[in-house]
Every structure is written in C-alpha cells, then in structure tokens.
Design a protein around this ligand. Structure first.
Ligand code: SF4
Length: 305
C-alpha cells in the first residue's frame, strides 16, 4: 500500500474531490509509522492520517502505478519517506518499480538519510533530487521542536557538494525563529547550493504545537522576497531593522515579480492548500497570481511585525 495526497489521488482518477487548484506534482507518503517526534507534525503525534493539512488515503501500489502510466497533468512525483526503519530499501524498490513501468517524469525523494551513501543510492536509483528537511531555521528551534540540526546541516552541505543541483531542503517559517534568523538560514542554504522550499508553520490539532499561531503574513512575504532575491545573488547584503525585520530597498522591491510569492521548491511543485485553508491566507500561491493579488502581496511586505 502507498499513501497518496487527496489532491494527487483526484488528479490520478482515484478519488473525487472538489478543488479550484490541482497539484502539478504528485505527492506520496511512504514507509511505516514515523519514529521521529517532531512537535509540529501529526505523523509523530499518533494523528497520522495527515501530513500538515493534507489527508493521505491509501491505495495499492499496483493501482497507483497503473494510474501513473495513464496520461496526467503531473509534471513531477514527490515521495515523502517517513522516518522509519526500512525506509531506504522501500524507496529503492519503489524507484525501481517506477522504472519498470516506464514512468519518466522527474522524481524527488524527501527523506532523512543517515549517510551520503544513502543519498547517492536514492539518486542512482532514479530520483532526480533528494530533499533533506531541516524544517527548523536555527539549532535552538530545532532542539525545541525535536529535530537534530547539526547532523542534518552537515549532511546537507556534504550532499550539495557531492551532487550539485540535486539536493534540496524544507524550511518551516514561524516555529520560533526571528525574521532575521529565517532569512539568514535561507541565505546559508543558497550559498551552499541547496534548493530551498518554504513552508508556513501550520498548527494541526493533536500535535504539541496545535495552539501556536501561523506566522504573520507580512513576515512570510518578506522571507519569500528574500528567497527570490537571494536566488539571484546568494551573497547579496540584506538589511534588517532593530527589530530584526528585513528592510527592502525600493530597487529590491522593483526587482520582485509575482513569481516571488508562488510556491517555492522543486520545479512544478505547487503544494495546493498544504499550509492554507481554502479562503484563508495564501502563504504560497499554487498558481500564477492575478495583478490584484501581486499588488496585495507587495502591500503585505510592509505589514508589521
Ligand atoms: S519542494 Fe516539493 S517536490 Fe521538492 S521535495 Fe519538497 S515537497 Fe517534494
């Protein structure tokens, strides 16, 4: 069996679902019960039907492979391997099954490898990218939410050096870091050649952090703007005020385009409603922005804090 995000199952014809935006990447959850204890994640709290806001119904692997061989709008597949013993051989088997079925869209694996050898093994088995989630932006926040920062950072840097352009990470904004710490973490990842996907912290019922608020939208917009600018020049000098708030110059603002506020991550990864409630704040836009939406985002850059 394999767990498939509800939106992906809909695109693959496995599940009816009303949604105004469809995923352009197919998202799958693999492996056994997660053995990590991350304070923000429903997978570690026993409310494991969800990852972030998303439900993940189960399907048989042959059924999913069959659906993937039919024409679909999916431009990428993303396998999120839970932190469980056996994740590594399972993901290798899965990648081999994709090749046997001649499924050729690019594949990412988001996982917690224990060594550079495991990263290489996943890439050699057919993944075009491996994402190793830092999640927390600082060592202190990582410790507070139950993650190990130093080992993950060290492996990320080694992997990015060994496999340039093929290593990414996830950062969750709003778990306790300052705005400056979030931006500086983004800058460090890009300086090391690590692709960086941003997520807004999302409180989920049943988790340790269920009562914590998501980040203020102004703060999130500024981190998105910083990512956009730093992708162009990771050595750009950014300015902060005395509250550790990013201060963008008029010329930096003029450089921003609507793309700055679209879901950042691997190519074609749009993660619709991963962090957002339909009708609520769209932290990451899973589609092109309208002119009015871009105007609103630019206005939100000025929001406090
Ligand atoms: S950025 Fe998207 S496609 Fe890439 S590993 Fe993360 S969730 Fe998967």
């Amino acid at each position: 069996m394999i767990r498939v995000s509800a939106g992906t199952a809909n695109v693959l014809g496995l599940k009816p679902l009303q949604s105004d935006v469809r995923p352009t990447t197919g998202y799958f959850l693999t492996g056994g019960r997660c053995e990590a204890a991350c304070a923000f994640c429903p997978q570690s709290s026993g409310t494991g039907a969800r990852l972030s806001r998303i439900t993940w119904p189960q399907y048989s692997l042959p059924e999913v492979l069959q659906a993937l061989t039919n024409p679909s709008p999916l431009k990428r597949l993303c396998f999120q391997a839970s932190y469980s013993s056996g994740w590594y051989p399972s993901i290798l088997l899965l990648l081999s099954a994709l090749q046997e079925h001649k499924i050729t869209v690019p594949v990412c694996v988001s996982c917690r490898p224990g060594s550079l050898g495991e990263v290489k093994g996943v890439l050699d088995a057919g993944a075009d990218r491996v994402s190793i989630a830092l999640d927390a932006c600082t060592r202190e926040v990582a410790a507070a939410v139950g993650r190990s920062w130093d080992d993950t950072w060290s492996l990320l840097c080694q992997a990015a050096r060994a496999f340039p352009g093929r290593i990414g990470t996830h950062l969750i904004i709003g778990m306790g870091e300052t705005e400056r710490e979030a931006v500086e973490c983004v800058q460090q990842t890009l300086r090391h050649g690590i692709h960086t996907a941003l997520f807004a912290f999302t409180p989920i019922r049943g988790t340790v952090m269920a009562e914590k608020n998501p980040p203020p939208v102004g703060l999130y917009r500024r981190v998105q703007a910083a990512l956009y600018l730093l992708k162009q020049d990771p050595h750009r000098r950014l300015v902060f005020d005395t509250q550790d708030r990013l201060v963008l110059s008029e010329s930096e603002k003029d450089t921003l385009s609507p793309e700055a506020f679209e879901t950042p991550g691997c190519p074609d990864c749009n993660r619709p409603y991963y962090n957002e409630r339909p009708g609520g704040v769209l932290y990451n836009f899973p589609r092109r922005l309208s002119g009015q939406e871009f105007h609103s985002c630019m206005g939100e850059l000025e929001n406090s804090p």
